[in-house]
Design a protein around this ligand. Structure first.
Ligand SMILES: Cc1ncc(COP(=O)(O)O)c(C=O)c1O
Length: 414
């Protein structure tokens, strides 16, 4: 199983906007088929375990055949057989050339930026990003690595993105729909702006997943995913992934992952594979439940605002309908009475659980201003639409009438 081509590849990846995307061999197969089959063919594995299910190889070290013949995989920090199936399956679902996993979505983001940006380079993004991503952008990278982050003023306007990109920009990073305000960014428009200046676009596809949105088909070069959310779907997995050109994935694998952090370990990789088999069905049900919830909240006299791109009056509803096949299971809304009102509603839930994370089979709520986005300045929170009364609501797979009943009784307390 030696694979010298990839071993200790140390050449830094350089974006080439002319490079055509390699069409995947399984591109002709449907999404559901690929989520069941990509990366593992039991008939091709007959010499090993004669296993119908992807084998769980619970080993993080792999013996040398001879003194100087390095095996592949060699050590579980960078590659294991079960993880390779997971990486291949995620790459297939996103339609990308290759995938590299990480210990978490936040770690995947760190690995990407750490690999492609050097001191005095910059990354262009907006304030519509998850809290830990914002923290990396606002303090960790600028203060520890001298990599500057520029937050565009109006993420709905491609010119606003264009204005921030210069010769030192190494990456444009878009999160859409964003956590927690479900802002939808035009992937194709931002890709065109970035590519015109020779810069790659990374899209964080965590809230939609490939089941609802395919950023690479819309012009993005790299996809970031937290596997801890909808991809696994029940808060039992912590993991992240990047999908993109193989030379970039291998640059990160051998220059960053190998020395800091790890890919997703075997058992977690194996469990993620099982959960991903139902990704498409789950996302459809999450989307249907969330739309019912959003409509209920939108019509509620006490609710000040609802953020959900499936609502007709969402400012980017038409764009979301163009670039997504469903609106997903995450929404947020503003309770009356600011932080006190949000606290009353959240303390009153009987079914919905107050916890960090989202994308779980059971409904979860969380208060972004005091938890995930507490590191933003008040002005930044205002610009990002994170009001004091904002509640992030991850709509689960329960019967919708039961979630609505819980919302009804909780809202009656304010
Ligand atoms: C949009 C988005 N991307 C990435 C991440 C990071 O994921 P993880 O929790 O696996 O580090 C999060 C976490 O909340 C997120 O909301």
């Amino acid at each position: 199983m030696s694979d010298d081509k990839h071993f200790f590849l140390r050449e830094p990846w350089v974006y080439n906007k002319e490079a055509a995307r390699t069409e995947r061999e399984d591109a002709g197969r449907g999404f559901e088929t690929r989520s069941l089959h990509a990366g593992f063919d039991p008939m091709a594995d007959q010499d090993n375990f004669r296993s119908f299910v992807t084998p769980l190889v619970q080993s993080v070290t792999f013996p040398y055949e001879t003194f100087d013949k390095i095996p592949c995989p060699v050590y579980g920090r960078t590659r294991t057989p079960t993880n390779s199936v997971l990486e291949e399956r995620i790459a297939s679902l996103e339609g990308g050339e290759a995938c590299l996993t990480a210990g978490s979505g936040s770690q995947a983001l760190f690995n990407l930026i750490f690999t492609i940006a050097r001191p005095d380079d910059n990354v262009v993004t907006s304030l519509n990003v998850f809290g830990e991503g914002y923290k990396q952008a606002a303090t960790i990278f600028p203060e520890r690595c001298r990599v500057d982050f520029r937050f565009v003023e109006d993420p709905a306007d491609p010119d606003s993105w264009d204005a921030q990109i210069d010769a030192k920009t190494r990456l444009v990073w878009v999160e859409t729909p964003s956590n927690p305000c479900l802002f939808v960014t035009d992937i194709r428009a931002v890709a065109d702006v970035a590519h015109a200046k020779g810069v790659p676009l990374m899209v964080d596809n965590t809230t939609a997943t490939a089941a609802l949105q395919r950023p690479l088909d819309l012009g993005a070069d790299i996809v970031l995913l937290s596997l801890s959310k909808f991809m696994s779907g029940n808060a039992t997995i912590l993991g992240g992934a990047l999908v993109g050109p193989e030379p970039l994935m291998e640059d990160i694998r051998w220059n960053t992952t190998e020395f800091v952090g790890s890919i997703v370990p075997p058992t977690e990789a194996w469990n993620t594979l099982q959960y991903m088999e139902t990704l498409s069905m789950r996302m459809q049900r999450h989307s249907a439940n969330a739309l019912a919830m959003a409509r209920y909240l939108d019509a509620h006299p006490k609710v000040e605002r609802v953020n959900y791109s499936g609502l007709d009056d969402h400012p980017q509803h038409a764009l979301a309908c163009r670039q997504m096949s469903g609106h997903g299971g995450l929404l947020s809304f503003v309770a009356p009475g600011g932080m006190t009102g949000a606290a009353t509603v959240m303390n009153s839930f009987k079914l919905v659980v107050h916890a960090v994370t989202f994308g779980t089979s059971r409904s979860i709520c969380m208060h972004p201003p005091t938890i995930t986005h507490e590191h933003m300045t008040p002005d930044e929170r205002k610009a990002a639409g994170i009001d004091d009364g904002l509640i992030r609501f991850s709509v689960g797979l329960e019967n919708p009438e039961d979630i609505i009943a819980d919302l009804e009784q909780a809202l009656s307390r304010v």
